[in-house]
Design a protein around this ligand. Structure first.
Ligand code: HXC
Length: 282
């Protein structure tokens, strides 16, 4: 059964706003990544989703393509964001088969719950490698394509038509027990995106992070709050009184990729119902 639109997109946006545009996304078969991709494809984009698992990635691509007649969605599996060469080959293939890369989302992430005492140096490094180095590799592999696209699509009012988004987190604003590795990795992602916005803004690329809060149904949340009771307590702690939905992140993604978001660059859009302000028991 196909996923209803209301699960991944609000009624805010006009169909076709992303016609002839192409999204390249790592982690595109994941819970948040697939909603982001669905939303952009629904609104006219074609997409290439990248993942480690071949079957999961190809199946997700086929499912997502069903949201719009004529949509082209390619799934490229067996790509680990820690391996630059495989990412570069995937980006080049995406641009060749779909015509361009106009939007990039660095969404692949690695996470597990562990106190610092339980983290081996390699465990810490693995998360830095997936989240931070993986985001760098994604940027490096796709930026030539984003520059080409920006040069072709710049207008006086939309001077940065190419968009690069990284999926970050809010843990590093306060520090987070059991997530020291992820918190450190995402702080570096924020910093990297800030530098990208400065170096590549003049070439027509707006670069931002999206920092999701507690999003229902994600692997990360299931691991962080294992029991239903814990989940209920966390939900009550969010100032706006509910957990986030993947749709909240997809709508934020649409905004940042749309013409409406063309002057937003070098920042982090926090989509968490103000949850981070109470994070850590404040
Ligand atoms: C302590 C652990 C551990 C754990 C693994 N390690 N799990 N240490 N506690 N629970 C250690 C291992 O012992 C090893 O160290 C090192 O980490 C690498 O483990 P591998 O299994 O060899 O790594 P790899 O196969 O590369 O897998 C990477 C992974 C895995 C991160 C460990 O979970 C993964 O592939 N995850 C991708 C999917 C995922 O995590 N999605 C959730 C993203 S959610 P030693 O010293 O023994 O070699 C997210 C959102 C965050 O990021 C925000 C949440 C709200």
């Amino acid at each position: 059964m196909s996923i209803p639109k209301s699960e991944y997109l609000s009624n805010t946006w006009a169909d076709g706003i992303f016609a002839n545009r192409v999204l390249f996304i790592t982690g595109g078969a994941g819970t948040i990544g697939s909603a982001q991709t669905r939303a952009l494809v629904h609104l006219g984009a074609n997409a290439c989703i990248i993942g480690r698992n071949v079957e999961k990635t190809e199946t997700a691509a086929k499912e997502i393509a069903k949201v719009r007649n004529g949509a082209r969605v390619i799934g490229i599996g067996n790509v680990d964001v820690r391996n630059f060469d495989s990412l570069k080959a995937a980006a080049d293939r995406c641009a060749k088969e779909l015509g361009s890369i106009d939007y990039v989302i660095a969404g692949a992430a690695g996470n597990f719950i562990s106190p610092i005492s339980g983290l081996s140096p390699n465990a810490f490094k693995v998360v830095i490698d997936i989240d931070t180095l993986g985001t760098f590799n994604t940027i490096k592999a796709t930026i030539p394509h984003l520059i080409t696209s920006a040069a072709a699509n710049r207008t006086p009012t939309n001077t940065a038509p190419s968009r690069l988004l990284a999926v970050s987190a809010t843990f590093h604003y306060t520090g987070m027990p059991l997530q020291a590795h992820v918190s450190a990795a995402k702080a570096a992602v924020d910093s990297l995106i800030a530098s990208v916005s400065l170096e590549y803004g003049p070439l027509g690329i707006a670069a931002n992070c999206i920092a999701p809060g507690a999003i229902a149904g994600t692997e990360g949340m299931e691991r962080l709050a294992s029991s239903l009771q814990e989940q209920g307590e966390m939900e009550r702690g969010v100032p706006t009184g509910r957990w986030g939905r993947v749709r909240d992140i997809a709508d934020a993604t649409v905004f940042l990729c749309s013409e409406a978001g063309s002057y937003v660059s070098g920042t982090t859009l926090i989509v968490d119902g103000a949850g981070w302000r109470r994070q850590g028991g404040q």
